[in-house]
Design a protein around this ligand. Structure first.
Ligand SMILES: *[C@@H]1O[C@H](CO)[C@@H](O)[C@H](O)[C@H]1NC(C)=O
Length: 290
């Protein structure tokens, strides 16, 4: 059934504007094709007229739209998993649903699932609800598994990786993801966003936002979080973490990280666009991405 609830609103608005300003000629509505006229006669709010050439959303189904061309109506469907973006009748555009509001036309085509993909296109949570930071990106029914940066949770409402306290996903709260709870502190101290060493990993630490919401952060390779100074420091200078990189980095490699070789000056005339690399200060927060 063809019904342009959205299109009708568009026409009504157009008439009001034009009649108020210029009573002269306006475009005649395109002739509805016979097929459309036969159906949808019941609802008086719904028109089957093509308001003008272009692309128009279906009134009920978010991934369905119509192309109007010289009075003909062609019914179209977005690829499975995508929805019609009706921001302009001149554009034929289907997008992933994250930034589009389908609440007024919530119907969708029947899903065509394939391995790990609930629909042919989109981002989908991992089947195992405990895999908080993993999700699938599906294109034409083919999946790619993506892992969020360490400490982040896939948020299926927005399609991006966010902090567990922001994702608010069941079973994926900060306490479950990190297995760390912020120690109770008074309010004044909480406002300083206190930091605590990760008891299981020298390279990492937790920032407790407002004293109660943990977010995991990492020091850069070769460094460890010093729970005394509350800063990242070269691991060999943090007593309880001096051996942390043993087996992963040799002493020579650690030396090189601590004292990076100064880059040779470039010959004049060929300016480099790269910034010289400098060791970061202890405050630098790096999210390790394995
Ligand atoms: C809050 O806790 C901090 C650190 O434990 C302490 O130094 C401070 O005096 C406390 N402030 C109040 C108002 O209790």
């Amino acid at each position: 059934m063809v019904n342009f609830r959205v299109a009708l609103a568009f026409v009504a608005c157009f008439i009001v504007v034009t009649s108020a300003q210029s009573p002269k000629a306006r475009k005649k509505p395109a002739n509805p094709p016979a097929r459309a006229r036969e159906e949808s006669e019941a609802d008086p709010e719904i028109t089957n007229l093509c308001p003008e050439d272009g692309y128009f959303a279906d009134a009920e189904q978010c991934d369905k739209y119509y192309e109007c061309r010289g009075g003909d109506i062609i019914e179209k469907l977005c690829p499975d998993g995508m929805v019609f973006n009706d921001y302009s009748p001149q554009e034929e555009k289907c997008d992933l649903p994250f930034n589009l509001d389908c609440s007024q036309r919530p119907k969708l085509q029947t899903p065509q699932p394939s391995l790990h993909c609930i629909r042919q296109n989109g981002y989908f949570s991992h089947e195992d609800p405990k895999e908080c930071g993993k999700f699938y990106f599906c294109v034409d029914g083919k999946f790619n598994m993506i892992t969020c940066p360490d400490g982040l949770v896939y948020n299926d409402k927005t399609g991006i990786c966010t902090w567990p306290d922001e994702a608010k996903k069941k079973g994926c709260g900060a306490a479950e993801v990190f297995q760390f709870e912020c120690p109770a502190v008074n309010e004044t101290f909480g406002l300083t966003h206190p930091r605590y060493a990760d008891p299981d990993d020298c390279q990492f630490f937790y920032v407790c936002i407002n004293g109660n919401t943990p977010r995991r952060s990492g020091c850069k390779l070769g460094q460890a979080f010093d729970d005394v100074s509350k800063k990242c420091e070269w691991a060999r200078k943090v007593p309880e973490c001096a051996e942390w990189y043993k087996g992963q980095l040799t002493d020579a490699e650690l030396d090189a990280l601590e004292n990076p070789p100064t880059p040779k000056p470039k010959p004049a005339g060929s300016p480099s666009r790269r910034k010289p690399q400098r060791p970061s200060k202890g405050k630098t927060v790096q999210i390790e991405d394995e």
